[in-house]
Ligand binder design. Sequence first.
Ligand code: X2X
Length: 344
Amino acid sequence: MKSLRALLAGLALAAMVLPATFGSGVAADYKAEYKLSTVLGKPFPWGIGGDRWAELVKEKTNGRINVKMYPGSSLVNGDQTKEFTALRQGVIDMAVGSTINWSPQVKELNLFSLPFLMPDHKAMDALTQGPVGKQLFDLLATKDVVPLAWGENGFREISNSKRAISKPEDLKGLKIRVVGSPLYLDTFTALGANPTQMSWADAQPALSTGAVDGQENPLAVFVAAKLPTLGQKHLTLWGYVADPLIFVVNKEVWASWSKEDQEAVRAAAVQAAAEEIAISRKGITAQDDSLLKDIAAQGVEVVQLTPDQQKAFQAATKAVYEKWAKQIGPDLVKSAETSIAARK
Ligand code: X2X
């Protein structure tokens, strides 16, 4: 009798517990929420991409994996150059991160910051979608993360509050805010500017108070952050570097998911990244320059360098390129140059 009661009690307990673990399809060791880090949120293309990834993951895993985006590098208190370390340590589960912000920990990612390496979007695609992209993903895979797809922040154009820039001498003495890789300090020093390193969170107040004169960021960021309202009235399209974004998952988190869910998260990343790249390039091409028109309509003086003017900036930063090519790895840089030369 006693054992029958115990059996019934056991069955009742199982009936309560089992649906919770298996009925919803969520494995017992899945977290209730996975934290996705980004620097920029919506309406920046970067944030739209992160949010879209979260949405697609939910859809493709039937709600088994619930991702929440934390923009503003808030999981690392705004210090975007600590994001990769936090990701490795599992403080962050997933990220859509810029190669620039991870460069302090992964020196090879400085590749994309070599001045005037990539002349256009096709060059960028030749790197990310070719052998260089694969080599970098293989490298990241040895550093506790699973890289899934390449996205894009974009070509970083220079703006300032003081004067039009069309030759290196125009940069002389300008205080320019740069991001966290020392390569940027070298580049702007070589150009005669006065670079100062700070996070994106600190950059906006510094621009609005005039503590710094200028900054460099993709046009989509320039517009979404309303930089013309912070005194940034001179913009030069010089296309000196571009930063891709990388969609990644912490390795242990990845290993905790079923094969089926891993593939769903990967497919979601690939789709969200492709959509994000299209958004980041919108309005800044020869076919569609609507974003540039918007910028000019905000009273910004836009300078488009001629090829000869661009060569002057390239010449002034050549030594920086050579110094950093050695640090990044001469073979990797050579392979990047070859991929770019062969681009279609
Ligand atoms: O801080 C920047 O300039 C930004 C937003 O572009 C990056 O995170 C690289």
